[in-house]
Design a protein around this ligand. Structure first.
Ligand code: F6P
Length: 748
């Protein structure tokens, strides 16, 4: 840095000094010459006056020898080169010896009386001063006094040398001084900036006590901006945050209206026992995932108003602002009659499509009257979406199998909308889906979406082969697109997730405290290993298989009796349906039977809690457990597995996970099991109990990293970025008339 400063400061200064010297020195020379010349002229006049008396006498006598002697005597002065006495016409009367050859009476003829001229001679400059004399009665003559000016030349040279040297040294010192001062200043600025960079102090306004100059402020501002954009860029790639998601909505989608449609609402209002209205968060993985996304993006969420006090809580447009503690988006409720709820939700959705898509060996029921209601309710939601749309091209995010017809219904009414539907449950193979009597209608309506999302690539492939089998269309398997009636639908594998970090964690005590509280609450002794199951009470979750596995374990390892308890939270769900009622009965019977078989004084193997817990309570349970078991017989994703991992900031705890849950594709460090194999599940529980702490932590750390990086903001961000690309290409199509096929073939 110093070298650069010297080069940049010293060289220009030297150059400037050289230029000044080059043009300035001749002036100095001339000035010096002028000074000496007038001095010498004065001297000559004095000398001439001193010669006024003897000289005319000697001339009058024509005493040339006397004149010469007199002139030699006068010229003995060191500075005087000599004298010339001339007659008019350039005739020499006297010439002393040291008068230079170039100076003679002829050359001095032109010099007017009383003036002088400088001659360049072989030995240096000589000044010739001429005085005309006209004594009365005598012929006129002139006296030329020749002074040696070579000393002036020498002094000029010396003066020039000194001047150049002085100027050079001064410039050098000045330049070095400037360079040093500059270097010290830059070093100070650099140190301040380095401290800022390492202390990450660009954010906030706390500037007090810090060096504050305009240039530093500007540099800080640039660094702040760089830091911000870099942070968002990093967030895109590995650490998605609400801010990164907001940025996608703002910069890639240009802040469109966002409308989410789902059957289940994110908040329901229920009458409590005393008649007061309470807000509840339903037990739904879809809600767990979507809610933080809507907090970040704002917009409108349209859902079935199913809470007992929902109607009492909305405004004149059936809207309520949520979340209650910090409203950031609108919840628009759609009211369904109990006949509509029966046919659409309980009937076709949960007795038809739910068992159809989950390979849990519950036979799906397809009834024509349910199908009619399902269509009617889809139209009802389409009306609500159209009414809520304040623009021609909103981004509509439809959730789940309740709305298979909605993309098609909306496409005709909102042709410019960007429609994405995420199918939260598995998509079965084509033979399985083929039993649905209304498959063609459902598929052709689904394909009117711009984006169809599934949790896994396997589900995408199942969907494409189902479409291939039952719909007349063009499929591009490489790019996973389906073209139907000129519309292109993009099929996307995008595993859903949870927010990171989960907001509930901040309010919870340390793990040790949670272990203690939970054990006390459920009457479980401190020394007992705690296994945890948390789910909706659903036949896909494998509750019975889980109990049987525990039974087998206790049977095979009597030493574990009294030492392990499974705490099972079963949130009642779809209880009106026979399959769910049967499951509930079987569950109660099995729990009773197993507990009766092994119970000891103060201990039982299974603690069943038939009640939905709020999210904070669930996170406390996760933190209290030694292991969590997710042995779904079939599951789209299963967010309980991811929540358990997110809750364990102590890096401890073991996850047992079904290979038939989508989460097993990502959480490969869990103990993976086939939930239909009871012995294997029992073995996994045993491994979980015996696993050394170091191994537990290694597995948990890897799983935590996976969930952190693939959080729900990334899930939503990928879908919204895909939506943005589709919108940009559609705009391109309109302006440049690019054939749709060419766009369709592009990688996206
Ligand atoms: O898994 C499918 C799903 O719709 C989830 O999105 C949600 O977690 C669950 O079912 C909730 O079901 P319901 O709304 O019927 O209680």
């Amino acid at each position: 840095m110093l070298r650069a400063l010297i080069i940049r400061t010293v060289l220009p200064l030297l150059l400037a000094a050289g230029t000044v010297a080059y043009f300035g020195l001749p002036y100095i020379d001339r000035m010096l010459t002028e000074w000496f010349r007038s001095d010498v002229e004065l001297r000559s006049q004095l000398l001439m006056s001193s010669m006024q008396d003897p000289l005319p006498v000697l001339v009058a006598r024509n005493d040339l020898a006397g004149l010469h002697r007199y002139a030699v005597k006068i010229a003995a002065d060191q500075r005087l080169l000599g004298l010339l006495i001339c007659r008019s016409g350039g005739l020499t009367l006297v010439r002393t010896e040291r008068v230079p050859l170039a100076v003679n009476c002829e050359t001095a003829q032109d010099i007017p009386d009383g003036h002088s001229r400088i001659f360049k001679t072989a030995t240096g400059s000589a000044q010739v001063s001429v005085f005309d004399q006209s004594p009365s009665g005598l012929a006129p003559y002139r006296v030329a006094i020749v002074h040696d000016l070579s000393f002036v030349d020498r002094r000029q040279d010396t003066a020039r040398d000194y001047l150049i040297a002085f100027a050079g040294i001064a410039v050098l010192i000045l330049a070095l001084f400037l360079a040093l001062a500059g270097w010290l200043l830059l070093r100070r600025w650099a140190n301040v900036l380095l401290r800022d960079i390492s202390g990450r102090r660009f954010f906030g306004d706390a500037q007090s006590g810090r060096l504050s100059l305009p240039i530093l402020t500007e540099v800080r501002q640039v660094l702040r901006e760089m830091e911000e954009s870099q942070r968002i860029e990093i967030d895109y790639r590995e650490n998605w945050t609400p801010q990164a998601l907001q940025q996608v909505v703002r910069e890639q989608l240009h802040s469109p209206q966002i409308i989410v449609v789902s059957n289940r609402e994110p908040y329901s209002h229920e009458f409590g026992e005393g008649g007061q209205i309470e807000v509840q968060v339903p037990a739904s993985g879809m809600v767990t995932a979507l809610e933080p996304v809507m907090r970040a993006c704002s917009g409108t969420w349209i859902a079935h108003g199913s809470g007992t006090a929902d109607r009492e809580s909305v405004d004149g447009n059936d809207r309520v602002q949520v979340p209650p503690e910090d409203p950031s988006y609108a919840l628009r409720r759609v009211w369904l009659s109990s006949a509509e709820e029966q046919g659409y939700y309980y009937g076709l959705a949960n007795e038809g499509l739910w068992p159809l898509c989950h390979l849990a060996y519950v036979r799906p029921a397809f009834r024509g009257e349910d199908w009619a209601v399902y269509q009617k309710v889809n139209r009802k939601f389409a009306d609500a979406v159209v009414r809520e749309s304040s623009s021609a091209d909103p981004v509509i995010l439809i959730q789940d199998y309740h709305f298979a017809l909605l993309p098609g219904l909306l496409r005709t009414r909102k042709p410019q909308a960007t429609i994405a539907l995420f199918w939260h449950i598995p998509w079965p193979n084509e033979e399985t889906f083929g039993v649905c009597p209304w498959k063609q209608e459902m598929l052709s309506h689904l394909l009117m979406a711009d984006i169809l999302g599934f949790h896994t690539l396997h589900h995408c492939r199942n969907f494409l082969s189902t479409v291939d089998r039952f719909v007349e269309c063009q499929i591009d398997h490489e790019h996973m697109t389906v073209a139907l009636q000129g519309h292109v639908c993009h099929v996307l594998a995008d595993p859903i997730s949870i927010e990171w970090p989960p907001r509930w964690l901040a309010q919870l005590p340390a793990v040790e405290q949670s272990r203690h509280t939970v054990r006390q609450r459920f009457g479980i002794a401190e020394h007992v290993m705690l296994g945890l199951g948390v789910e909706r009470w659903d036949f896909t979750k494998g509750l019975i298989e889980r109990f049987l596995a525990l039974e087998l374990l206790l049977e095979q390892h009597p030493r574990l009796r009294g030492r392990i308890t499974l705490l099972q939270i079963a949130a009642p769900s779809r209880s009106k349906l026979p399959a769910y009622q049967a499951l509930q009965q079987t569950t109660l019977l099995e729990v009773e039977r197993i507990n009766a078989r092994f119970a000891l004084e103060g201990w039982k193997p299974i603690v069943l809690v038939v009640k939905q817990q709020n999210p904070q309570q669930v996170y406390e349970l996760y933190r209290a457990a030694d292991f969590c078991i997710v042995n779904s017989l079939h599951d789209g994703m299963n967010l309980v597995a991811k929540e358990f991992v997110a809750a364990r900031d102590d890096q401890d705890g073991v996850l047992i996970l079904s290979t038939f849950a989508g989460a097993s594709r990502e959480l490969v460090e869990a103990l993976l099991i086939n939930p239909f194999d009871v012995a294997e599940t029992a073995g996994a529980i045993r491994r979980a109990i015996d696993m050394p702490r170091e191994q537990r932590m290694q597995r948990m750390q890897l799983m935590r990293r996976t969930v952190k990086e693939n959080n729900v903001y990334r899930w939503a961000g990928r879908m919204l970025m895909a939506a943005a690309r589709i919108r940009q290409r559609q705009a391109l199509l309109q302006t440049q008339e690019v054939p749709p096929l060419a766009l369709r073939r592009e990688r996206w």
